[in-house]
Design a protein around this ligand. Structure first.
Ligand code: AMP
Length: 544
């Protein structure tokens, strides 16, 4: 027997329509690429999104067409999220930090029909335009007064396009499984791979991460996503803000500590989210300048593991609750969030922090299990570790036009292999031990490079640390610690090893400490172990 409820499709256009009707006067504040702070309301945004939908139609964009963006977190990018997907086209957000040949690859692979770009990226696309064959035109996201002289073929001005339209639109209804947006992951090997989200997966993910155990977002909040809108849709936060009518604060191109602080403070932001690197810059700025953030309740931190020193600084020094989260581009991205359970409330601080260091609990909608090399499920005891497998309605079922045989990550029985090695405990908390490619095997046992790195950055003279395994004749591999010292400091290797001594197992202690000026990062800000290994390929252990 079928239920007798309306079969209303879950569509992205419904989010912004809802926000405009019910939170018309709530603000969206952006640091613009041109410079000044821009502010308007959900009602204003909605009118302009309607104009954009019409303009796209006039440009010949139809259902299923891919429209790319190369843009910072700003109100025009926000409009594209809703306007492009709303008409049934696919919003392909390009990460400008990809290498040039990767940008060429993703535009051609996605067959983008138009590219919308911020002023910042005009020179980059002028260089690449000759090889971006499928692109029919470029729209520069600025007004007529700021339009640059450009060699981009048929460059159009965003504001001029919108001015020519009216601010109402009849949003089309279509199957909720229609593709809505496309994000490429910059894996460590091979070409970037595309995760193609649908309206349904996006809406379900949005419902879930707005909820109290995740972002816990509501209409009283002001939210600043310090994670770029070109990386997994800023973790889905623009959709969340529209769903609950929260004020949205978009930091534009500037992620420096001072710039983010100014917005967090000035706009009375209550919740924020970002990767550890961004928060290091903010904490450093606040400490040096004696600043506080009385309005900020919490920050969700993910993308890389959160070091203990960061949890302590936010919570103890600044009264900001930290929630550790984990996810992947292939998961829209959120898979876990780290709100502690009721029975953990009265644990000693140290023990609570131990749990906060874990990557969080699986949220409803994401099923997780860990498996050994043969695919057999391992116990959820917080000790056994193996590859983390996931499945659920906002997890990719395959990559977009996958021509590289990467289907290996998708097991025939409906699970996705994350490539992360982790434990799961009785409370459902997951802890990443390593990326499967980065874990160090020493004497038949595993050493977690992530654990060592995070312990090392607790040293006051270490700005950033990375651990890689190097070949060893007896132990197979041994860890070395690669360190960027804090400016002006010269910590001694022995002093660093002594600092680690009571914090990690003895046989985990690095065999050497190597000082460098800079550690290489991937396009999404993670430490690039592949590049680091390449740079240190001639390195020899001191006793070899
Ligand atoms: P991306 O698809 O670029 O978002 O990268 C996803 C990968 O980032 C995951 O598979 C993890 O290896 C890593 N990652 C994400 N969140 C965390 C976290 N909280 N701790 C450690 N690694 C993380």
């Amino acid at each position: 027997m079928r239920g007798l409820m309306m079969d209303a499709p879950l569509l992205i256009s419904s989010l912004i329509r809802f926000a405009a009707q019910n939170h018309a006067t709530t603000e969206i504040v952006s640091r613009s690429v041109e410079g000044p702070i821009h502010r308007y309301t959900y009602a204003d945004a909605y009118g302009r999104i309607c104009r954009l939908a019409r303009a796209l139609g006039r440009l010949g964009v139809t259902e299923g067409d891919r429209v790319a963006t190369l843009a910072w977190n700003g109100y025009r990018h926000f409009e594209l999220y809703f306007g492009v997907s709303g008409i049934g086209a696919v919003c392909h957000t390009i990460n400008p930090r990809l290498f040039h040949d990767q940008i060429e690859y993703v535009v051609n692979h996605a067959e983008d029909k138009y590219v919308f770009l911020d002023l910042t990226f005009v020179p980059l696309l002028e260089k690449l335009a000759p090889v971006l064959k499928p692109v029919k035109g470029y729209v520069i996201m600025t007004d007529a007064g700021h339009m640059p002289e450009t060699t981009l073929p048929g460059a159009l001005c965003y504001e001029t396009l919108l001015e020519a339209e009216v601010d109402t639109f009849e949003w089309p209804e279509f199957d909720e499984n229609t593709a809505s947006s496309l994000c490429y992951t910059s894996g460590t090997t091979g070409h970037p791979k595309g995760a193609l989200y649908s309206h349904r997966s996006t809406l379900l993910h949005t419902f879930s991460i707005c909820s109290a155990d995740s972002l816990g977002l509501n209409c009283e909040d002001a939210m600043l996503p310090a994670v770029p809108m070109f990386h997994v849709n800023a973790w889905g936060i623009p959709y969340c803000c529209a769903m609950v009518g929260a004020k949205l604060v978009l930091p534009g191109p500037n992620y420096e500590g001072e710039a983010i602080y100014e917005l967090l403070d000035g706009e009375q932001v209550t919740k924020t989210a970002g990767v550890p690197t961004i928060w290091l810059m903010l904490l450093d700025y606040m400490k040096k300048n004696g600043k506080k953030l009385p309005h900020l309740d919490s920050t969700v931190i993910g993308g890389s593991a959160v070091p203990r020193s960061m949890i302590e600084a936010f919570q103890d020094d600044f009264g900001v609750q930290v929630f550790h989260a984990w996810g992947m581009t292939e998961m829209s991205p959120v898979g876990t969030t780290g709100r502690l359970k009721g029975h953990m409330r009265n644990l000693p601080k140290e023990k609570r922090q131990d749990i906060q260091l874990k990557q969080g609990r699986g949220i409803y909608g994401v099923e997780m299990k860990i498996v050994d090399d043969d695919g057999a499920e391992l116990p959820r005891d917080g000790k056994a570790f193996g590859e983390l497998m996931v499945r659920g309605p906002w997890v990719a079922s395959e990559y977009y036009k996958d021509d590289e045989g990467t289907k290996a990550s998708f097991t025939g029985d409906g699970w996705f292999g994350t490539g992360d090695v982790s434990t799961l405990d009785e409370d459902g908390f997951m802890q990443i031990v390593d990326r499967s490619k980065d874990v160090i095997k020493s004497g038949g046992e595993w050493i977690s490079s992530i654990d060592l790195e995070n312990t090392a950055v607790g040293h006051p003279d270490i700005a950033e640390a990375a651990v890689i395994g190097v070949p060893h004749p007896k132990w197979d591999e041994r860890p070395i610690l690669v360190v960027v010292p804090v400016e002006g400091k010269e910590p001694a290797p022995d002093d660093i090893v002594a600092f680690l001594k009571d914090k990690v197992a003895n046989w985990w202690l690095p065999d050497d400490v190597v000082f460098v000026d800079e550690i290489p990062h991937t396009a999404t800000g993670k430490i690039s172990k592949m590049q680091l290994r390449e740079r240190l390929k001639d390195y020899k252990l001191p006793d070899q």
